[in-house]
Design a protein around this ligand. Sequence first.
Ligand code: KG4
Length: 340
Amino acid sequence: MADIILGIESSCDDTSAAVIRDGVLLSNVIASQQVHKDFGGVVPELASRAHEQNIVPVVSQALDKAGVKPEELTAIAFTRGPGLLGSLLVGTSFAKALSLSLDIPMVMVNHLQGHILANFIRQPDKPVTEPSFPYLCLLVSGGNSQIVKVASPLEYEILGQTIDDAVGEAFDKCSKMLGLGYPGGPVIDRLAKLGDPDRFHFAKPNIPGLDYSFSGIKTSLLYFVRDEMAKDPHFLENNKEDLCASFQKTLIDILMGKLIRAAKETRIREITIGGGVSANSGLRERIVSEGKKRGWKTYLPEFKFTTDNAAMIAVAGWFRYKAGERTPLDVAPVSRLADY
Ligand code: KG4
């Protein structure tokens, strides 16, 4: 009999539900919350309230679109963490209630594993492009920047990670500083395409090993803009594109420097990216071009699977379900998960 898995994702500000049958995606519904726009970031209290309103219609829609009745489900995969606790509680509690009422098991998923396995979302009528194990994943989002060695769908080793800000935070904070709004990544990405990436230079951190640091570059940009504005009050508006292009290039250089080193040290040439920042067009181009130069096989998740979605949770949960994992009903969500 086929395994039909319902995935539920509610870790931050997207309420999402997806259905997969034997790993093939049947539906993936995402309700993105607009209530945070005026606040320059996600407001946790508003996020949990919106999840509470969205969860039932989103799950119903996902089942309808998939043409699957609730009684046909094999298991429910849900995000246990990391994320905003109030948001996670909504998805977790919903998963428990449905699991109880349908008398089917539930399987908890680490949200980050979802991003790392995003290339395993199979779609009907699309060729399968999946990395072989072991592979390296550059996991880059608003909360994380890591290089992860993935030995199997259940075995992860963090080779390096940020010691302070995540790269997505650097995009967001600098965008705010430049008056470009939130979230910063997509705006900077768009403006960077119009600018000269070699016009300005920002200090790069010198961190040992495979770890990252992104807090210094923020300060570097802040002081640079402040000094230039003192000379020319129109500096920012006249140089927005070049600033974005140069800033984005610096972030990509930093990310790629350590990734190249990790690939050399581990001799792994299967390379993937995941997380919100993996939507960045400059980063995607660089991964592909470096890959060609270095004999890597590179795998980029489709844009729609770079941001938070339940399809990746369903897939990650399916791997766990097949391995025999089941999550008890007294499970609690956690805002931080120490490791994988
Ligand atoms: O994975 P994600 O949706 O949420 C979590 O952090 O869990 O990532 C959100 C981050 C934000 O910092 C946003 O600015 C960034 O992803 N982002 C981008 C792009 N699109 C989203 N960063 C750079 N370029 C983009 N095109």
